[in-house]
Ligand binder design. Structure first.
Ligand code: HEM
Ligand SMILES: [Cu+2]
Length: 571
């Protein structure tokens, strides 16, 4: 399909900006493994301190990259499947809001005025421009949904009896989840944090802020994942040389995510004393509910891959694994997707541990956590994002992939790195190694009284994995920018691999409409979140102290010459 120049340019920028910023994110990832291993005993390097770097790492990799990509990918899938283009004014307005927001927040982080990590929990306080930037990024990412909904309704009118293409359904579900969950964080940022950061309000209800953050924060995880799921369902079977085992399974899974992505955020607050245990229990159970669409996906994809392998001549129970196109440079997207899926097995298993109300106590705030989520967000999500970015760019620009053989091994190198890295972190976590800590200053400094030799092998392992991941990322940058700077040699067109369904069930109206699902979603949300918000407001604990925008220490502490709670709260 041919796209207009304006839309092409929009998608290129939305892919190119975050991948350029990613270089900062990756650099800090490597630095964190170095600081933590005790190879250096410094609080800062190249003018950026540990928490500044960790904030940049989390915000760029997990928020900026994923949001820009989801919007770009949404434009591509809707245009491709509905055979019409989004409104360019809306598209560019959204782009500029997101870009200006990113520039504002990046300035605050690089200037050292927003070292609050990507969760920005009070009483850690950032410069007002950080909060404003985050709000603009979010509002910018909302706009396309309204335009896509308009495109979808127009398409539906012309095709009342055709099933909505799965990729379109997935994109709409994803952005509905995103819209609903970001309402809470927009409220947190604009009503609670910004006035407090400006010095207009004396305090913030910390528990309420955290509860609103996690209303958003778990759904954010699905916002990261759904573009990858769309690729798994609609592209992977085709790339493997087969068909999607069941189209209906994909629809059921997507609506399952719509219902269950948001009302589970309290599972990040099992340790928060203000929230009562009934609420934690209920949301903990709902969390296990999310396992249902996840398992539907796992079985459907496994069956689709088996079908592909058998078509390619595989025999025996598991012979199909040997027949898939792992190293075919012309189908490199398969490599990115399958490598991510493989990591996701471990990401899912470790996630079940986190979701358990009881076991969570063992791993909470330890290195186990980054061990887990580098196998999810830095696993299937990240690999799908970078693989699809270079794929889309190459197709839409008509430029051949630069170094195609290197490109196809990048995902496997990344997986090798992550497996070593995450094993180190998870192992350390089980021995109490904390996350969000520059261990080299104390626990991994032999000169320090807190020196903890048990964490030497675990952090060294994470360092080795981190080096391999960095090499993979650098190779990816070479491929991506090499492709951008090469000459056009082919016809430029937006083309996506499209999987046919093996079982193309007839259209069931319930799975082709949003209304009943949205109503059910609202009911579950009210049930799960009214008691949580009630707890957070009735029983808030101590509020965050008052700050002025220019000083990271609270006013009371400065006047009484006490250490800043902000510095303590990080640890
Ligand atoms: C070379 C690649 C990477 C390395 C070596 C790396 C390393 C690390 C390490 C060691 C931490 C934990 C630091 C601490 O808790 O003290 C961390 C945190 C984190 N990483 Fe990565 N990472 C890499 C890539 C990525 C990617 C691609 C993503 C997401 C797409 C990502 C997302 C995150 C997030 C969200 C955190 C949590 C930040 C926080 O606790 O506030 N990382 N990373
Ligand atoms: Cu969660």
């Amino acid at each position: 399909m041919q796209l207009s120049k304006s839309l092409k340019r929009l998608i290129y920028w939305e892919l190119g900006i975050p991948i350029t910023l990613l270089s900062i994110g990756i650099y800090h990832g490597l630095m964190q493994t170095i600081y933590r291993s005790g190879a250096i005993h410094e609080s800062k390097m190249a003018g950026l301190d540990y928490y500044q770097g960790l904030t940049l790492h989390g915000v760029i990799n997990a928020v900026v990259l994923t949001t820009f990509f989801a919007v770009a990918f949404g434009h591509a899938t809707l245009s491709f499947y509905l055979k019409r283009e989004p409104n360019k004014t809306v598209g560019w307005t959204s782009f500029w809001l997101m870009t200006i927001g990113t520039v504002m927040a990046s300035w605050a982080m690089l200037a050292g005025k927003a070292s609050v990590l990507y969760t920005f929990y009070p009483p850690l306080k950032a410069h007002p421009l950080f909060y404003l930037g985050a709000a603009l990024l979010i509002v910018g990412s909302w706009l396309p949904l309204f335009d896509w909904a308009r495109m979808y309704r127009a398409w539906k009118k012309e095709n009342p009896d055709t099933k909505t293409p799965l990729a379109v359904l997935g994109t709409l579900v994803n952005f509905i989840i995103w819209f609903v969950c970001t309402l809470a964080v927009a409220y947190e940022v604009l009503v609670l944090l910004l006035p407090w950061a400006m010095g207009w309000k004396t305090t913030v209800n910390v528990t309420l802020a955290r509860t609103l953050f996690w209303f958003f924060g778990h759904a954010l995880v699905y916002f990261w994942l759904l573009p990858a799921y769309i690729m798994f369902y609609t592209m992977l079977p085709k790339l493997a040389g087969g068909k999607l085992y069941s189209d209906l399974a994909g629809r059921i899974a997507l609506f399952g995510f719509l219902l269950l992505s948001v009302p589970v955020g309290v599972h990040h607050q099992f340790g928060d004393p203000s929230i009562t245990k009934g609420v934690k229990m209920f949301q903990g159970l709902l969390t296990y509910g999310v396992a249902i669409p996840s398992f539907i996906t796992a079985f459907t994809l496994a069956a689709s891959l088996e079908y592909a392998g058998r078509r390619r001549g595989a025999r025996g129970l598991l012979g199909f694994f040997g027949k898939l196109p792992y190293l075919d440079p012309s189908r490199f997207l398969f490599a990115y997707l399958i490598a991510g899926l493989f990591l996701f097995i471990f990401g899912g298993v470790t996630g079940i541990v986190n979701a358990s109300y009881q076991l969570n106590n063992v791993v909470h705030n330890t290195a186990w956590m980054p061990g887990h989520f580098h196998m999810t967000v830095a696993g299937p999500v990240f690999l799908a994002i970078i693989g699809m970015s270079v794929y889309l760019y190459s197709k839409m620009s008509g430029k051949k992939i630069f170094l195609p053989r290197i490109n196809v091994i990048v995902p496997y190198l990344w997986v090798t790195g992550i497996l070593i890295f995450s094993t180190g972190l998870s192992w350390g976590g089980l021995q109490g190694e904390p996350r969000r800590t520059n261990l080299g200053l104390t626990y991994l400094n032999p000169q320090h009284e807190l020196y903890t030799p048990e964490w030497v092998p675990t952090t060294l392992m994470a360092l080795c994995g981190g080096i391999i991941m960095t090499v993979a990322a650098v190779l990816f940058f070479v491929v991506f920018f090499g492709t951008i700077f090469s000459k056009r040699t082919e016809i430029a067109a937006l083309e996506l691999p499209v999987s046919e369904a093996l079982h193309d069930e007839k259209r069931i109206p319930l799975f082709d409409t949003f209304k009943p699902w949205l109503v059910t979603m609202a009911v579950i949300l009210v049930l799960a979140y009214s008691p949580a918000l009630f707890d957070a407001t009735r029983n808030p604990g101590k509020g965050a102290p008052r700050f002025t925008p220019d000083n990271p220490a609270p006013i009371e502490a400065t006047s009484a010459a006490k250490p800043a709670p902000a510095a303590i709260a990080r640890h």
